[in-house]
Design a protein around this ligand. Structure first.
Ligand code: ADP
Length: 290
């Protein structure tokens, strides 16, 4: 699903302008991270994309169609093809992972049939398939409350994937997780994006989660202020700092070294890259060190 935002503006009743002429296109299958300081308009953008908020100005097109001018059924279909994930996991903690995923598979039946095991073998196999896709088939019969935060969020993702979305949008899905949990969730999202070509739009304030995205959009004060690959964006450390944003730790270290006179390129994203550039320089300066 291609998503096009044209000149999106949003002003709230109290006069706050949360979005101001935001324009960008996300082709099907792209992995896009959105970053920006608090109050930049990221959540408002998310809420417009999942239909919880309507834009004041501009147009949002899903595969060329404007959702605001669609009939009820078409609108429902578009909404179904956009999966949403939030900070909290939106799971029933006392129920098993399988029951939680089944509820997503059987949205019309509600939660209770799944909780009481009223589902056939086929449904069970289907739900297991989705737990398998997020790497948790062995947790099927485990109550959600026994899982780590990262695993819980992966069960939530399995539930969304069960609805066969073309796109998953997320507002800080790892905000409540520890570093391991964050890595698990981001790796799962990349896997789904790669294997199933699901478009991913990830709002985050963890810069490490942005490095492997196809594209990074930077927002500030309701406006889109940068749009590029992670390397392009993280080559502009000074500007990012002006927007009160961090950069990945390795990028920061490389930036500081460069400021101190070490001849390094801009936009280093990983420790391997840094070492590859730094070691020849160190060997030249200190040939006696092996
Ligand atoms: P972010 O997610 O980047 O922190 P938000 O989209 O939550 O930014 O908010 C953007 C701006 O809009 C902020 O100044 C915020 O206070 C304001 N805002 C958000 N929602 C509302 C609302 N319902 N009513 C009034 N102002 C709002």
């Amino acid at each position: 699903m291609e998503i096009v935002l044209q000149n999106i503006g949003k002003q709230f009743k109290n006069g706050t302008r949360a979005l101001d002429h935001v324009t960008f296109t996300i082709p099907q299958g792209e992995f896009v991270s959105v970053i920006g300081p608090s109050g930049a308009g990221k959540t408002t953008l998310f809420r417009i994309l999942n239909g919880m908020e309507t834009p004041g100005d501009g147009t949002v097109l899903f595969d060329g169609s404007d959702i605001s001018s669609m009939s009820g059924t078409s609108r429902k279909n578009v909404k179904k093809s956009i999966g949403t994930i939030y900070q909290d996991f939106c799971l029933v903690e006392n129920s098993t992972c399988l029951a939680n995923v089944l509820t997503a598979c059987l949205p019309d039946m509600g939660f209770f049939p799944a909780v009481f095991g009223i589902y056939g073998k086929e449904r069970r196999a289907e739900a297991l398939k989705f737990l398998d896709r997020v790497g948790l088939p062995e947790k099927a019969e485990e109550p959600v409350k026994n899982l780590s935060g990262g695993q819980k969020q992966r069960v939530a993702i399995a539930g969304v994937v069960a609805m066969e979305p073309k796109c998953i949008i997320m507002d800080e899905p790892t905000a409540m997780l520890d570093p391991n949990g964050r890595r698990e969730v981001i790796a799962t999202l990349h896997e789904l994006n790669r294997q199933e070509k699901i478009t991913v739009l990830l709002i985050t304030h963890y810069m490490e989660e942005v490095i492997d995205a196809d594209r990074v959009i930077v927002m500030d004060d309701g406006k889109l202020v940068m749009d590029g690959t992670p390397r392009e964006i993280f080559s502009r450390v000074k500007e990012l700092k002006e927007y009160r944003l961090d950069v990945p730790q390795v990028t920061e270290l490389a930036y500081e070294l460069k400021q101190a006179g070490v001849d390094l390129p801009d936009g280093i994203l990983t420790m391997d890259e840094l070492m590859e550039k730094l070691l020849p320089i160190l060997h030249e300066k200190f040939p006696e060190v092996k």
